[in-house]
Design a protein around this ligand. Sequence first.
Ligand SMILES: Cc1cc2nc3c(=O)[nH]c(=O)nc-3n(C[C@H](O)[C@H](O)[C@H](O)COP(=O)(O)O)c2cc1C
Length: 241
Amino acid sequence: MGSIGEDFYRETKYAPAEPSVFAPVGPVALKTVKLPPPRSPSRASLARLLSKRRSRRAFSGESISLGDLSFLLWASDGKSSRRMPSHLRTAPSAGARHPLDTYCIISHVEGLAPGVYRYRLDEHSLEMLREGDFRAATVKATAGQEWTFGAAVVFAFIAEFARTTSRYKDRGYRYVFLDAGHICQNLYLAAEALSYGVTGIAALVDDEVNAIVAADGTERSVVYMAALGRPLDTGKGGEDA
Ligand SMILES: Cc1cc2nc3c(=O)[nH]c(=O)nc-3n(C[C@H](O)[C@H](O)[C@H](O)COP(=O)(O)O)c2cc1C
């Protein structure tokens, strides 16, 4: 038994069918990749982005550029600006606690080896934690959502609950989930601005995702994901899972 918040979080996990094959990772990143400064080439109005936004699940398999990934990470939950206090980000957060870190499971990004990366917002860089092809593992970790196989990048938003619960106690669990929604909506709108397709994912096998990103599942755990790629023009956003 933990606190109400911990119990709620644990009891509402989807259980994995079998133990994960992924071993913990060491404390030192395999390598660090500095991202180019975030720039949006889009001049689309906010009203247009809002009205065009859809969840898209059919991807062409094309690679996305490092510059576009840089913008998507910054827009989702990056540092607002060099002139702002360092704890302020593009997404709001209850009490400015910012409990979420963005991880990327990369399959098709120009200049990046496929693997699992952690976004470091202070340096605007990516640290590689694991190298390899994680597409099949991601399908499994998203409870069999096969459409994720075609994504260029799958984002995983990992909460360190104590950043928020140290101030708000168990009520903080609510705030962490709300914070994740803000981040993913930013990602949806940024993706729309760059003509990428994206879909948020909450039907996930929590501890399978946690094993991939090397989170312990209690103090640090996945709360939300999103799969992104260049969309196939199917004329529809795809079916719900
Ligand atoms: C919290 C949340 C979780 C979601 N989880 C999934 C998911 O696991 N798989 C999926 O295909 N779509 C998922 N979606 C996308 C919804 O199905 C989609 O937003 C909804 O059908 C409305 O379509 P629209 O986004 O195109 O407006 C999720 C959306 C939200 C907000």
